[in-house]
Design a protein around this ligand. Structure first.
Ligand code: JFZ
Length: 584
């Protein structure tokens, strides 16, 4: 009987992984799809954090201030009147809107989002609602956002403004971090006023200005709804809703979905059924910080864009121009490298949709649907040493397999054990990411390779893990080739490792882990909602099988299994795989 249940569950699971039939859309969905069309195709945009904070660039009175540079006013507790003086020094004479836009375009970005006012309250455009703005308060006297809007029009790049609607550290009524905990503003000379005074007197008029005076924005990017009230949010929303084609993110107030959500500084594990955009820095800070040299490599950034596209999202990649109006060289070279890769492989990114595969051990997949079939783009990060690329569970008919950057280059393929095998000589490789297109005919059929019960066990290999590293610090990573991959360098206790899996049957599962642990490590293991803790013995320089115990799974279906360090009790762990063994 039990075998039958398992069998039926697997059949159901497998069949539910085939592409669903297109469903009827309601009128609101049709309107929304139309509005989001350009944005979904764009996939890649430039975020620009630029403001008075570029002047101190992370340093105040000779002291390096920890944290992100645009937060320096709060982090260094700078009094309002003193911070205001930065405006007198702010003269970004080398600012050239056309150059920025051309760089974004060269990088393959389709839109730009720039800070019109950040938490420091300083408007980077000519505002009539507040004299605290770049035209009235600086020797520069130009309106860079007007110049940028014109350059975007000219070069056909979409434009959005970021506006910090709740936090405004400069205004007596603006909010600041910890206001909800009743903490007072660090500047005792800032006499507090009701929040609504700020909303009515500055936020609403300024949002009207940016929406009216810059030729129509494509995106309005709200941020940090700290201390936001629904009343205030609805006033701002009423202004923004006058522009129904403008796309808004979800950070106006909670809980409000906006048009898209904004996971910050990390890439979510699987495709989501709503629009989303990852915003990400290339180093650590958003605003310019002269000694922030923690740059991600071009390879990391290219693969990140691909990873996000394979999950159906957009990447809004940040630059922080300096006080002279220059984008740092380190950012420029990375953007150029991304642009060069995109030029060769553009069709595998723009206008594509999420991967139909659960995981591909050697890379990612994006896809494009046509009338009579689907093009699958396989992004190969790590070419298998035997030069055979195994595509798990692809069941469609195939008419062509070729190199995207050189379509004349075709590849031999065959089916084996339900997988597609592509044979390719290694000479064609792009060391960062080689893209191979597979043309499929008819309805796309893919059998999910999400881990599930096989021979009484659910196998969770290293290369199927989602590694949640902190935005800075030491990064755990997967090394080696499937089926012998290892998670290495797991030294940061903030790093969490997670797997998605399918439990076809509730029951008791015994956990087996093949790991190497150095020194003292205490690990929390969580399956669904059940959690256990395990103290790991030092295994020396060897991998050992550890059996932390059993977890009772109450419901069948897709669940997550996660491993996280017990804070304050972590040294270093490496991990080959985890196995969940059904024991009752
Ligand atoms: C914010 C800002 O405070 C920051 O300066 C920068 O502009 C960034 C893009 O957005 O900070 C946030 C907002 C949201 C989260 C974290 C930091 N979040 O959702 O985790």
């Amino acid at each position: 009987m039990r075998n039958l249940i398992v069998f039926l569950a697997i059949i159901f699971f497998v069949s539910s992984c085939f592409q669903p039939e297109k469903k009827e859309l309601i009128p609101e969905e049709i309107t929304q799809n139309k509005k989001m069309e350009w944005w979904r195709e764009a996939r890649f945009g430039m975020f620009i954090h630029w403001g008075l904070y570029a002047v101190p660039a992370g340093e105040w009175k000779g002291e390096r201030i920890p944290g992100i540079s645009e937060w320096i006013m709060l982090n260094a507790k700078i009094p309002v009147k003193e911070y205001e003086k930065l405006a007198e020094e702010f003269n970004p004479a080398n600012f050239n809107a056309e150059e920025w836009v051309k760089l974004a375009k060269y990088a393959g970005m389709k839109y730009i989002v720039i800070t019109s006012k950040h938490h420091d309250g300083f408007a980077m455009y000519h505002s009539l609602a507040s004299k605290y703005n770049i035209v009235d308060a600086t020797p520069f006297k130009r309106d860079p956002l007007k110049e940028l809007a014109d350059a975007c029009k000219k070069n056909e790049i979409r434009l959005g403004f970021y506006y910090s609607q709740a936090q405004d550290w400069h205004e007596p009524g603006g909010t600041y971090r910890d206001i909800e905990q009743g903490k007072s503003h660090w500047d005792p000379n800032l006499e507090r006023e009701p929040f609504m005074n700020y909303i009515d007197g500055k936020a609403v008029p300024q949002v009207k200005e940016i929406l009216e005076n810059y030729g129509g924005l494509d995106i309005l990017w709200w941020d940090t709804p700290i201390g936001m009230t629904e009343d205030a949010a609805l006033k701002l929303k009423a202004v923004a809703d006058e522009y129904p084609d403008m796309i808004q993110n979800n950070r106006l107030y909670r809980p409000w979905k906006g048009d898209f959500s904004t996971p910050e500084q990390h890439v979510p594990p699987t495709g989501l059924n709503y629009d989303w955009e990852v915003c990400m820095t290339m180093n650590t800070s958003w605003g310019y910080k002269w000694y922030d040299n923690n740059w991600k490599s071009s390879e990391t950034l290219i693969r990140m864009l691909v990873d996000i596209a394979s999950k159906g999202g957009n990447l809004l990649l940040n630059v922080g121009p300096d006080a002279l109006g220059q984008i740092p060289d380190s950012s420029v070279v990375r953007l150029q490298a991304m642009g060069q890769w995109l030029q060769r492989n553009s069709q595998s990114i723009y206008g594509t949709t999420a991967s139909p595969f659960f995981k591909l051990p050697w890379g990612r997949c994006t896809k494009r649907e046509h009338k009579n079939g689907t093009t699958l783009y396989f992004h190969v990060f790590n070419w298998p040493k035997d030069q055979i690329l195994r595509v798990p569970g692809l069941k469609s008919r195939i008419s062509d397999v070729y190199l995207v950057s050189n379509p004349g280059q075709k590849f031999a393929f065959k089916f084996e054990d339900g997988d597609l095998l592509i044979h390719a000589p290694s000479v064609t490789f792009d060391p960062v990411n080689t893209v191979i297109a597979v043309e499929t005919k008819g309805k796309l059929k893919v059998e999910s390779n999400m881990p599930t019960l096989k021979d009484g066990k659910i196998y969770l290999p290293a290369d199927f893990a989602d590694i949640h590293n902190p935005g800075y610090g030491s990064q755990a990573r997967v090394e080696g080739q499937s089926p012998k991959t290892v998670i290495k360098n797991w030294v940061d206790e903030r790093t969490k490792i997670e797997w998605m899996l399918n439990v076809p049957e509730p029951g008791k599962y015994k956990i087996n882990m093949y790991i190497k642990a150095a020194g003292e490590n205490i690990m929390n293991l969580k399956l669904g909602s059940e959690e256990i803790t395990e103290e790991l013995d030092d295994s020396g320089n060897e991998f050992v099988l550890v059996t932390p115990g059993e977890i009772d799974v109450k419901e069948s279906g897709n669940v997550t299994f996660s491993l996280s360090p017990e804070q304050g009790n972590w040294n270093e762990v490496e991990l080959h795989f985890v196995e969940l063994e059904l024991i009752n």
